[in-house]
Design a binder for this molecule. Structure first.
Ligand code: ADP
Ligand code: MG
Length: 336
């Protein structure tokens, strides 16, 4: 049980500002996803909470207690990295058991056995306990690492891109399992990813970080449908969102002189402020995602614009078209 507060946390490495005045509250039992590009400060944020990096400014609080001066081992936090390291000479059982045998968490062998079996059966590796890490698959090694982190019954679980190196199919399976695991254990968790699908599917809330600053926090749906700015809008979606300027006439948008129709464009808030009055027209920047378009191969009504197909990219369950509409290249999703 733990709530985490970061208050004005700043961390520099020489001239690099890795964390820039972070104010953030993670609720008790929450599964919070921290999402952002490489170099944004995600790993540093986790390390500051774990206590292995020290913020020069600001405060880390766990359950309302300032832990700035509490050493990492005493914070009862489990951290799983992408490059998890198992002990190669120990079998899976002993790897999972190892935290419970450390002097700090010392438990009796009967408890250890019970706990290892419980976690191993959850992680579906209970038939592999006698094997060495070299004798199991990548995914099973990763489950072992997760199991080892869980078995300590930590106050807080920090996961740094723990499944990023697994192949796509296994990632999918692990995503579902992580979610289930979180339900069962309901331990406060911060999960770092640079994969937007993971961010949208896993988190109770998603925090988006860029250049050491939290730029938006919301549910997956909120950050996807109402991005705080163009950076967030571009970070999520495949194909990338189309962002362009249109003339605004009343409530409807006009692109190349043609009404955009009933599909509501996503206004990009940071640019709404920059609405410019230009010879009687109001111009505004909007974002339209690939599936926000209606299209037809024949001109069914005057509202439809002509589009020239520029490229076709079939990717299994959908096809991404790049089309040219009056000189504007748009990424559009066409069903198969
Ligand atoms: P992310 O995990 O989002 O990719 P990091 O937290 O690892 O980002 O890094 C944030 C910034 O801090 C980057 O510019 C990175 O180069 C820098 N940085 C991180 N750790 C160190 C370090 N130990 N020494 C110097 N610079 C670092
Ligand atoms: Mg990182």
């Amino acid at each position: 049980m733990a709530k985490i507060d970061l208050v004005n946390v700043t961390k520099r490495f020489n001239k690099t500002v890795a964390l820039d005045g972070i104010d953030l509250t993670i609720h008790d039992k929450e599964f919070f996803v921290l999402f952002g590009p490489a170099g944004a400060g995600k790993t540093t944020l986790l390390k500051v909470i774990a206590g292995v990096e020290f913020p020069e400014v600001g405060e880390v609080r766990i359950s309302d207690e300032n832990v700035n001066l509490v050493e990492p081992a005493k914070r009862n936090i489990s951290m799983v990295f992408e490059n998890y390291a198992l002990y190669p000479h120990m079998n899976i059982f002993d790897n999972i058991a190892s935290p419970m045998r450390s002097p700090l968490y010392k438990k009796d062998e009967a408890t250890i056995k019970r706990e290892v079996h419980k976690v191993a059966s959850m992680m579906k590796i209970d038939h592999l306990l006698e094997r060495l890490p070299s004798q199991v698959s990548n995914g099973q090694r990763q489950r072992t690492a997760l199991g080892r982190a869980l078995v300590r019954d930590p106050n807080v679980f920090l996961m740094d891109e723990p499944i990023a190196h697994l192949d796509a199919k296994l990632r999918h399976v692990m995503r579902a399992e992580l979610k289930e695991m979180q339900h069962e254990f309901s331990t406060t968790t911060i999960y770092v990813t640079h994969d937007y699908l993971e961010a949208l599917s896993l988190g109770d809330r998603v925090g988006i970080i860029n250049e050491g600053k939290i730029v938006q926090i919301g549910t997956g749906e909120e950050v996807y449908l109402t991005p705080a700015n163009e950076f967030v809008a571009r970070l999520m979606g495949d194909p990338e969102i189309n962002i362009f300027e249109i003339d605004l006439v009343d409530e409807d948008g006009v692109l190349g002189g043609v009404m955009l129709g009933q599909k509501k464009p996503h206004l990009i808030p940071e640019d709404v402020a920059k609405v410019i009055n230009d010879g009687g027209y109001t111009k505004i920047r909007i974002g339209l995602r690939g599936n926000d378009f209606n299209y037809s191969f024949t001109k069914v009504s005057p509202e439809y614009m002509d589009a020239t197909v520029y490229s076709v990219e079939p990717i299994g369950n959908k096809t991404i078209l790049v089309v040219d509409v009056n000189g504007e290249k748009l990424r559009v999703i066409a069903p198969n």
